[in-house]
Design a protein around this ligand. Structure first.
Ligand code: SF4
Ligand code: SF4
Length: 437
């Protein structure tokens, strides 16, 4: 199965895009399907678990069997009632699979939170899920694996939700490499011209442009007003964030109180980090090293902080700085037990949506079928975690949809890249390939 997934170009479709073949492990006792979508406004997983329920459940069984795991857990949020119904209808056909209904909290889709919610196990800080015998897979990833294994279909498309200030919010399956502009057109166009585009969810996505292209990890494009809190914070720079922290952090500890990793006993404490960075304290280096244990969920800055500060952005900057200086994740043990107030401190998703002022946009984005033909795609070499691919086509070559156009360097972590439409290769740069019909 590893080789098939590698050649099929299958990577995690819901997060950073870890090559799926590299997750397969003989030590796994539990495979967990992450059907929690994680961020508000994104509607991909719940619809796939309804529209492709048999493919997803069969795909899950393939993962369970390939790893000889004891069981597969289908983890779905309580509010996804249609998907739950569809899963319950078919689940009896799959002996090793069981359904786990998750509370509607944020971030239910964080791997560490998901594993605790479904199995009661705590992944030690800085470690990966297999440390506690678990492998977590995304719904679309499982569908892609199923399609490759049963139909020899390589990954050439992506399911994306387009929501916010658009005429018709939709979820679509599109060729990898089309532009955000084309996605917006599929949703009927903008409803206000001054909107800001976010690639990804409101909590962890990034500001993007109309010319950006869909990759194997694009899950949503959100169109939000410029005064939306999720937009304005992203327009600050780190200097402004530190200045604001110096003048306004009251050390109330609200950020640490709701931090999902701190609530599972990990050493991250955003209020301590803010105290150190705001005052230039260097005597306790652990405060900075603990930034490695932050999952960047954004609850501290978008939900908890009454002073409108940005602990997550500063933690991200700290992590990036440490990494670029060669500092590795410290191998220090955590408490190993969850905070006894954890259940009460979990954040209901509807409260987060209200706090972000997004309730107006939290409406269905139905799956649209038969979306037509795309004349051009740009396929980036870097689509996932690991090494970027090296092209194996040149300008002038004719390629068919699904044909191999790039491979990772020998022995490096990575997967194959395939043409997402049929046509002629018109450009090969040092970072992407363009194909035109
Ligand atoms: S919630 Fe805000 S003000 Fe309170 S400690 Fe955290 S960063 Fe400081
Ligand atoms: S972003 Fe904030 S709340 Fe989330 S894990 Fe990091 S420190 Fe904790």
């Amino acid at each position: 199965m590893k080789q098939v997934l590698f050649e099929g170009g299958v990577v995690g479709a819901g997060g950073a895009g870890f090559p799926t073949y590299a997750k397969l492990s003989e030590q796994a006792s539990t495979v967990i399907l992450n059907g929690s979508e994680c961020e508000p406004l994104i509607k991909v997983d719940r619809q796939l678990m309804n529209d492709y329920v048999k493919e997803v459940l069969s795909g899950m069984m393939m993962f369970v069997e390939a790893m000889n795991a004891d069981e597969g857990i289908i983890a779905v949020k309580k509010s996804y009632t249609t998907a739950i119904e569809a899963i319950r209808f078919h689940l009896g056909e799959y002996k090793k699979l069981r359904l786990h209904v998750l509370p509607d909290i944020y971030p239910a889709g964080d791997e560490v939170v998901l594993i605790y919610e479904t199995t009661g196990k705590i992944v030690p800080q800085g470690k990966i899920p297999i440390t506690v015998g678990c492998v977590v897979v995304n719904v679309e990833t499982v569908l892609n694996a199923y399609r490759k294994i049963t139909e020899n279909r390589n990954v050439t498309t992506k399911f994306v939700t387009i929501a916010g200030e658009v005429k018709n919010p939709v979820t679509v399956e599109v060729p990898i490499g089309i532009t955000v502009r084309e996605l917006i057109d599929l949703a009927g166009g903008l409803t206000r011209e001054d909107s800001v585009l976010i690639m990804g969810g409101p909590m962890t996505g990034n500001i993007t442009s109309m010319n950006a292209v869909v990759t194997k990890t694009t899950k949503a494009v959100l169109v939000l007003p410029p005064n939306s809190p999720t937009v304005s914070k992203r327009q600050h720079n780190a200097k402004m964030d530190i200045r604001n922290a110096m003048s306004a952090c009251s050390q109330c500890q609200n950020c640490t109180a709701v931090c999902p990793r701190a609530l599972l006993g990990h050493s991250i404490k955003p209020h301590e980090f803010m105290r150190s960075i705001a005052n230039g304290i260097t005597s306790n280096v652990d405060t900075y090293l603990n930034s490695f244990f932050c999952c960047s969920c954004g609850l501290c800055e978008f939900y908890a902080c009454h002073q409108d500060l940005s602990p997550r952005r500063l933690l991200d900057a700290c992590k990036a700085g440490l990494r670029s200086n060669g500092v590795k994740i410290p191998d220090t043990p955590d408490k190993g037990v969850a905070n006894r107030m954890r259940e009460e401190r979990r954040i209901p998703e509807h409260r987060l949506v209200n706090k972000l002022g997004l309730h107006k946009y939290d409406i269905p984005a139905p799956m649209m079928q038969g979306i037509g033909v795309f004349k051009q795609v740009q396929l980036n070499f870097r689509q996932n975690i690991g090494a970027p691919v090296q092209p194996c086509v040149k300008p002038g070559d004719m390629v068919a949809e699904g044909q191999l156009i790039g491979t990772p360097p020998e022995g490096a972590l990575g997967v194959y890249l395939h043409a997402s439409i049929s046509g002629m290769v018109t450009e090969v740069t040092d970072s992407y390939i363009t194909i035109k019909q």
